[in-house]
Ligand binder design. Structure first.
Ligand SMILES: Nc1ncnc2c1ncn2[C@@H]1O[C@H](COP(=O)(O)OP(=O)(O)OP(=O)(O)O)[C@@H](O)[C@H]1O
Length: 238
């Protein structure tokens, strides 16, 4: 790239000075040769400086350390229940994704002041869905539930939210499992009508949160420990 840049600069300088036509006709005088050489050297110097600056800048850019977002790596994957580092697993199920409710559900948690520390979009495998709903395996609706979660007609949005009492409050924000019993203002109470299409899931205890977060977000680096600048405006008993 550098040699292409230098030779194009030299060509342009030569053209500008009429050197090409003069040289080919053998009419170049001593002073015009010197002048042309000076111009060529100056142009070459500019190109060399530009190339050196580019190389230096690129090298410095490459050597920059990666952004440091892992502010508190001592927090376990599933958080610390009973503290401001409590964590829960919240999912938007395929019907919620299909109906375009992802942003509303994320927005409710964000506006409440909770912090998003994990987020992924996936069609869960049968094994994952079976494990997630293992406690319901004897229920007559189990097979239909797993099929609806895994058939790929729409993905699931899996999330991990962090903040004080997020496990309990997450369930309150979702509303009752059967949307017809869910209060207005809750996600299910506002957006759905049927227990088989209740658009979201939330861990119901610290034990479930631990199991579900590790199940859905067990991979390395899938949870980000980061410090929110809003924290002092959201979490304090003064
Ligand atoms: N009677 C039912 N008929 C059909 N589907 C049901 C029924 N009961 C529960 N489900 C489905 O199974 C899911 C898990 O049921 P569970 O009893 O664990 O309720 P939940 O904890 O409120 O729901 P989730 O685990 O999805 O948050 C429900 O969200 C619902 O989609």
């Amino acid at each position: 790239m550098f040699s292409r840049l230098a030779s194009s600069t030299l060509r342009q300088a030569a053209r500008r000075q009429g050197a090409k036509s003069v040289a080919t006709r053998g009419l170049m005088t001593g002073s015009s040769t010197k002048q042309t050489s000076r111009v060529l050297l100056r142009q070459f110097g500019v190109a060399a400086t530009a190339a050196a600056a580019f190389t230096l800048g690129y090298t410095m850019y490459q050597q920059q350390p990666a952004p440091q977002v892992f502010a508190d790596a001592s927090v376990p994957l599933h958080g610390v229940p009973g503290t401001s580092k409590e964590r829960t697993f919240i999912a938007v199920k395929p019907d919620g994704v299909q109906r375009g409710l992802v942003s509303d559900i994320i927005g409710r948690f964000e506006r409440r002041g909770y912090k998003l520390v994990g987020l992924k979009l996936l069609v869960p495998s049968k094994a994952l869905a079976n494990e997630h709903y293992a406690d319901l395996s004897s229920k007559p609706f189990f097979k239909g539930l797993v099929d609806y979660m895994t058939n790929g007609k729409a993905p699931v949005v899996g999330m991990v939210w962090e903040g004080p009492s997020v496990i309990k409050q997450g369930r309150v924000m979702l509303g009752a499992t059967d949307p017809r019993a869910a209060g207005p203002g809750t996600i299910r109470g506002d957006y759905c009508l049927s227990i088989g299409r209740n658009i979201c899931h939330g861990s119901d205890s610290a034990e479930s949160a631990e199991k579900e977060i590790n199940l859905w977000f067990g991979g390395k680096g899938e949870i980000v420990n980061w410090a929110s600048n809003n924290e002092e405006w959201v979490i304090s008993d003064n």
